[in-house]
Design a binder for this molecule. Structure first.
Ligand code: F3S
Length: 652
């Protein structure tokens, strides 16, 4: 039987298991990436594992999420990350050089290679034919040490694209269309493989916008076949020799096929406050907009900002509105500047930021209270912008710019009709630029250039907490939560909190504070307990702090109707037992109930027991399911992955 692109790459990298959907497989990792919010823990864990040197073909450390060095803790973290990259042999990308996914795409992403990254949008270079997966930091540390990465073999879904995008519809609308159809849970346990003549019509930046947003579907990854456009794009980055032809076999079998005719698409928005709350722009026309931001790992490439610049030529940003452009990489900034577009946009009233994630996680450019912000980002979870009850719409750069011009949400097609001289920008490379894209790697320090003076730790950088073994018997339901609790709810990523990312004792004080600000203290007072949640618990980022901090507070188990993939792996990694419950049980449990696990959990985890009986206040019982592979059970039994890997090393 023929193979899909995904199966071909996995086959090449398979070290354990078989490519049967649902079965756990172990794969060899070629490249890893990490960023500044997750990277400090990655390197502290790498150090705790007593590893000497990066074993993967390539490792890259980016400083992108919190680049504003308004607090010495951030600067200390960046210095520590640079020292760790130098000590262990990773590339180091300086703060301000850009967002990990954009900079990795430009410099290192290669078709046919595997990439594991401690950031949920790691699948972005799937648009170039790389099989890229997001994971928790500890999984990255282990992969960098040469260990395989374990994941449940996903189902491979074919998204068959026909036709061409009409004027004013964009790659963002392809992704939003899928989110509207499939929801934020629609991709769980799946890899989306984009094929068909419509896929060939999309540029590489358009493809990577779509693969980036695959994360919002909950997908394990997303990937495109390679073609002349891939080769040309790599050549422009002076990396043509890394091109590999990747196609599915004619008789490849997919679990499912989704047909999308690009010519049917129209400009869309994701309304507050979920990326799958998708509607045509026209539904919200006339809504006042106070802030517009173009950028992020989704739409921060040169080719994303160029259409906006063209739309603004000879025009101005409305007086009622602020427009900010935060390029995804310094390369994008540099190209816009060299071609004169930066000056044009500034003259139109645009405020330029350094290349950073920043506003995407509420670090800078926080919207005014009770106002609407239009952003070209990938997430609009409530409060993520830095203010509770925010009103963030996600959209394409074209829709965002149309709103900046008028001060209100407007379908760009209607704006073009009204203005008469506004043309759909189209995508094209700049005229004045040479054959390359001006690959500027002066802000990337290679392992050869690094100064290896050992690890430099400032006072805010603590130790990695360790558990010795599993010790679980249940406890008070300290918090009962709804569906779709995100890692932003568990550990908010705003500047005032995230600066403690390398200091778990301090950071844990903020655990679940956005749901209940008494939670951390109650957990400490109760000496631990359990959590209860609805569907899709832990969706969103790969942030392992969302498991590490609850572990630090003594949380032993999470009872949820379902779990997001990366977060579930993080719970195993930090020795917290993820137990699945049905909807009826969820409804009956109340916060404050005593959930005593009747069975011997450590013995059950070790013996492969799948169902555990739980007594509620000694009055009624329910059954909770542990869905875990043998390896995950071993990890739990050891008290977490760090202890497990250390045990394995000492055993042999
Ligand atoms: Fe950064 Fe937001 Fe992407 S935090 S990595 S720009 S999702």
């Amino acid at each position: 039987m023929g193979q899909t692109i995904t199966e071909k790459i996995l086959d090449d990298h398979l070290v354990e298991g078989e490519l049967t959907p649902g079965e756990e497989i172990g794969i060899e990792i070629d490249q890893v990436l990490t960023q500044d919010t997750t990277g400090t823990m990655v390197w502290l864990q790498f150090e705790a594992l007593d590893l000497d040197e990066v074993q993967t073909e390539l490792a890259a450390q980016y400083c992108d999420h919190q680049t504003y060095q308004f607090d010495f803790k951030n600067t200390d973290d960046h210095r520590f990350l640079r020292s760790a990259a130098g000590t262990y042999g990773a590339y180091f990308s300086r703060p301000g050089n850009g967002i990990c996914h954009q900079v990795h795409k430009e410099n290192f992403a290669a078709p046919g290679k595997t990439l594991l990254g401690s950031d949920s949008h790691t699948p972005t270079p799937g648009g170039l034919g790389q099989l890229a997966i997001g994971a928790g930091g500890l999984d990255i540390a282990v992969a960098m040490g040469g260990g395989p990465y374990y994941v449940e073999m996903p189902e491979v879904v074919n998204v068959h694209l026909e036709g061409e995008l009409p004027e004013w519809a964009t790659a963002k609308d392809v992704a939003l269309h899928l989110l509207g159809e499939l929801t934020v849970k629609g991709g769980v346990g799946k890899i989306f493989e984009y094929t068909g003549p419509g896929a060939e019509n999309l540029s590489i930046p358009e493809r990577t916008t779509i693969t980036n947003l695959g994360t919002e579907l909950g997908a394990t990854s997303s990937i495109f076949a390679t073609d002349e456009k891939t080769k040309d794009w790599l050549a422009r980055q002076d990396r043509e020799e890394e091109y590999v032809d990747l196609q599915p076999d004619d008789d490849a079998e997919y679990a499912e096929t989704i047909e999308v005719d690009l010519s049917d698409l129209e400009p869309l928005v994701a309304a507050p406050s979920m990326p799958d709350n998708v509607a045509p722009v026209s539904e919200y026309e006339g809504t006042d907009v106070e802030q517009v931001i173009i950028g992020s790992c989704t739409n921060g490439a040169y080719e994303d900002i160029l259409p906006s610049a063209k739309m603004l030529e000879g025009r101005e940003v409305a007086k009622s509105t602020e427009m900010i452009v935060a390029p995804g990489s310094k390369q994008a900034s540099e190209m816009l500047a060299r071609e004169g577009w930066t000056a044009e946009m500034m003259a139109a009233g645009v405020n330029f930021s350094e290349a950073t994630c920043g506003a995407c996680i509420g670090i800078g450019h926080v919207p005014a209270s009770d106002s609407v912000s239009l952003r070209t980002f990938n997430r609009n979870f409530e409060g993520r912008s830095g203010i509770e009850d925010d009103s963030v719409f996600l959209c394409s750069p074209e829709v965002a710019t149309a709103a900046a011009i008028t001060g209100e949400i407007v379908d760009p097609r209607d704006l073009a009709d009204d203005l008469g001289d506004l043309e759909a920008p189209g995508l094209e490379m700049g005229d004045k630029y040479g054959p390359g894209m001006g690959r500027d790697d002066s802000d990337i320090i290679s392992p050869d250039e690094a100064i290896d003076d050992g690890l430099v730790k400032g006072p805010n950088i603590g130790d990695v907490p360790l558990k010795d073994d599993i010790d679980v018997d249940g406890g008070e339901a300290l918090l009962k939560m709804e569906d779709n609790i995100t890692t932003d709810h568990i550990i908010p990523a705003t500047a005032d909190i995230l600066k403690f990312r390398s200091n778990i004792e301090k950071l844990s004080e903020f655990t679940l504070s956005r749901v209940d600000d008494t939670f951390a203290q109650r957990a400490l007072d109760a000496d631990g307990g359990v959590l209860v949640a609805g569907e899709n618990y832990g969706q969103g980022s790969s942030r392992e702090h969302a498991a590490l901090c609850p572990m630090y507070l003594g949380i032993e188990a999470v009872f949820a109707q379902s779990f997001a993939r990366i977060h579930k792996a993080n719970l195993f990694n930090f020795g917290i037992v993820p137990l699945a419950i049905d909807a009826e049980t969820y409804e009956k449990i109340e916060q404050g109930d005593d959930l005593a696990i009747v069975d011997d959990v450590p013995a059950g985890v070790r013996s492969g027991q799948e169902e555990f009986t739980v007594s509620v206040n000694g009055e009624w019982e329910f059954t909770a399911d542990l869905d875990a592979s043998e390896r995950e059970r071993d990890i739990l039994a050891a008290g977490g992955k760090l202890s497990w890997v250390k045990q394995q090393h000492s055993d042999g």
